[in-house]
Write a protein that binds this ligand. Sequence first.
Ligand SMILES: Nc1ncnc2c1ncn2[C@@H]1O[C@H](COP(=O)(O)OP(=O)(O)OP(=O)(O)O)[C@@H](O)[C@H]1O
Length: 238
Amino acid sequence: MKGLTIRFDQVTFSYGEAQFLFDATVSAGSITAVMGPSGSGKSTLLNLVAGFETPTSGRLLIGEQDMRDVEPAERPVSMIFQENNLFAHLTVEQNIGLGRSPSLKLTPEDKHAITEALEATGLAGKQKRLPRELSGGERQRVAIVRALVRQRPVLLLDEPFASLGPALRADMLDEIRALHARLNLTILFVTHHPEDASRLAQEVIFLEDGKTVAQGSAASFFSESGPLAFRRYLGQVA
Ligand SMILES: Nc1ncnc2c1ncn2[C@@H]1O[C@H](COP(=O)(O)OP(=O)(O)OP(=O)(O)O)[C@@H](O)[C@H]1O
């Protein structure tokens, strides 16, 4: 699998009064943190990539393809949310199986891929459990496995580890990094935690008031010459 470039070419959108203008490029195979104050539009940006919302104007490209008429299910994208990623009445195995086949008609090849993914992520032995019989961290791990067996080149993470404690969050970030090294996906992740962004991200996109106001390497963002708006957000300058 190979990650794809995501391009926001003057993409506009609105929720009533809330107006958005996104202009940014996410390089193929990179890990990019999407940061900004609460309400600045981070989830909205991800929802546009996933196709849950449609731009009013401008173009959104994944790879070379304009996503205008491409349904969410057809997009080369998987998304993981903060919580409620899993169906409560389905087992771990079935929840992951949905990543391969929405009707759960699984081929031997699908089953093999699922078993392999369960083993690679330390979930082997738990495949018959229901989500409520797992810890919060394990549930998110199942959501990650389901996204991975889908084999889509773009992975969107909307604060997926926000409800986990710091040590577990750090472990999960390390897992994401390992998966990225193995699969070379394009990963776009929303976080409120600067330490998570500096731990995982190569690039940062910073939003304010519904706009992409700065973009650059994580190294430059977290240096003293980082964008002023970002440093203000971090509380490093008045
Ligand atoms: N479905 C919706 N209908 C109407 N307004 C919405 C909807 N979703 C989001 N908004 C508004 O759009 C703006 C941006 O919301 P969004 O969730 O993208 O921000 P965010 O940066 O992800 O915030 P947070 O960090 O708090 O999760 C907010 O003003 C929000 O109230």
